[in-house]
Design a protein around this ligand. Structure first.
Ligand SMILES: *Cc1c(COP(=O)(O)O)cnc(C)c1O
Length: 429
């Protein structure tokens, strides 16, 4: 049992922190102080905290800009013309890819649109996209408008797999059944790696394998997966993926995103795409020739030159991830989230008048660090009271509070203190 030895005591939590080999990383981040009190921050799944080093990384580029002007493209300490390349090793290791398979660029939804240009090529017979019900709205709008762009009807072309009646999670067997039921007409299987609402992790390797077995491609939105759970995109044979970097990857609001294209596609420069000069053969980029000649690899999907200021901030966080590695991060995450689950359940069972239920999978392999709590016997005012009490979590309509202890900077003591806050709130509710 994953919870066997847990205790809901301050001493116990502090002892866990003492033994935590990643404990020193907490000090590398700024925690917001609201009403003179450092908050309990559980929203790294929405906007990660600021690395204290971010300012120096950014200052370096501002100084080089002041010093060099346009010459900074070649003479800056980190030359801007290739700035995106220094983000690649860490990015590749976070998602389990070859370096040729990833590039930092653009923004998440934009990147997905670009990838759909290449990997959603519906034909008269094979045109359907199989996806999860209640996707993140931006992804749903992506699907709807892509389908319409090809002159198709979203009601026919988008097949959503929903949880069964009375259930919160989508059963993998139902996804597989849906793919097989549409074996001759499905073009693309497209899921979030981790569902943003419930925190459910989908078996990306399995879904990819089933998609391929019927002749379809498989793509994933990894907004809630990158930096949260271990990924092996290359080995899983995933066709394409994209993710933002401001959630678990702590890069700041709206900052540069990233994408993955498997080498089996990246090596094929004949694949149709929407081009721009940064995706052009880099040896010939500045010859200003007329005909687009894509680079091999994910870089061949780049459109515009690198937004260096944002990327500098992203680098300050990626360097931390590179040092820690996803394996150590996941090991702590499994324990920290199991502790949150334990503390939460230990407290709510004392207050049967207010029904709070965790809808995230109980199996640690089927979830990342996030736990989603359904407010059954109460409403958003309960969430507001939590915020008042110094807990920064988030609320998703109609009735879910998401709590994400980020293993890089959250502590066992944070979790214990959250429990105490919850307890005093429930006692007076
Ligand atoms: C956060 C998130 C987005 C946000 O998209 P942007 O293009 O970065 O604004 C999209 N999809 C999912 C699943 C998300 O979690």
């Amino acid at each position: 049992d994953k919870n066997m030895n847990f205790e809901n005591h301050l001493d116990f939590a502090q002892a866990q922190d003492q033994q935590d080999e990643l404990k020193s990383y907490r000090d590398k981040f700024f925690f917001p102080v609201i009403n003179d009190k450092e908050v309990l921050y559980f929203t790294g799944n929405s906007l990660g905290l600021q690395p204290k080093a971010a300012k120096d990384y950014l200052q370096q580029e501002l100084d080089d800009w002041a010093k060099w002007g346009v010459e900074g493209h070649f003479h800056a300490k980190n030359p801007w013309v290739s700035y995106h390349e220094i983000l690649t090793p860490a990015t590749a290791s976070i998602v389990g890819a070859n370096e040729s398979e990833v590039v930092c660029m653009g923004s998440l939804t934009n990147n997905l649109h670009l990838l759909f240009v290449s990997f959603y090529r519906p034909t008269e017979t094979r045109f359907k996209i199989i996806s999860e019900a209640k996707m993140f709205p931006s992804d749903r709008y992506l699907l709807e408008t892509q389908v319409r762009h090809h002159g198709l009807d979203p009601d026919e072309a988008i097949i959503e797999v929903a949880p069964r009646d009375g259930e919160h999670l989508i059963r993998e067997e139902d996804i597989i059944q849906t793919i097989n039921d549409n074996a001759d007409s499905v073009a693309l299987v497209f899921f979030g790696g981790v569902n943003y609402f419930t925190g459910q992790v989908f078996d990306m390797e399995k879904l990819t394998q089933v998609a391929h077995s019927v002749g379809a491609l498989a793509g994933f939105d990894l907004a809630h997966a990158a930096g949260n759970i271990p990924l092996k995109l290359h080995d899983w044979n995933v066709d394409f993926a994209a993710w933002c970097t401001y959630k678990y990857l702590n890069s700041s609001a709206g900052n540069c995103a990233a994408l993955f294209v498997h080498d089996k596609h990246g090596d094929d420069t004949s694949i149709n795409r929407f081009g721009g000069w940064w995706g052009h053969n880099k040896e010939r980029r500045f010859l200003m020739e007329n005909t687009f000649e894509p680079m091999t690899g994910a870089e061949g999907w780049q459109v515009s030159n690198a937004p260096v200021m944002g990327m500098a901030v992203l680098k300050s966080s990626l360097d931390i991830f590179h040092e820690v590695g996803m394996e150590r991060l996941r090991a702590k995450s499994l324990k920290l989230t199991a502790y949150l689950e334990f503390v939460f359940n230990d407290i709510v069972k004392e207050f049967p008048n207010v029904q709070l239920e965790i809808i995230t999978p109980t199996d640690p392999e089927r979830r990342g660090c996030q736990l989603s709590v359904k407010l059954l016997g109460t409403d958003k005012s309960f969430f507001n009271a939590l915020t008042e009490a110094g807990v920064i979590a988030d609320f998703r309509e109609p009735d879910v509070v998401r709590l994400a202890p980020a293993p890089l900077y959250n502590s066992f003591e944070d979790v214990y203190r959250f429990g105490q806050t919850l307890k005093s709130l429930l006692a007076s509710w």
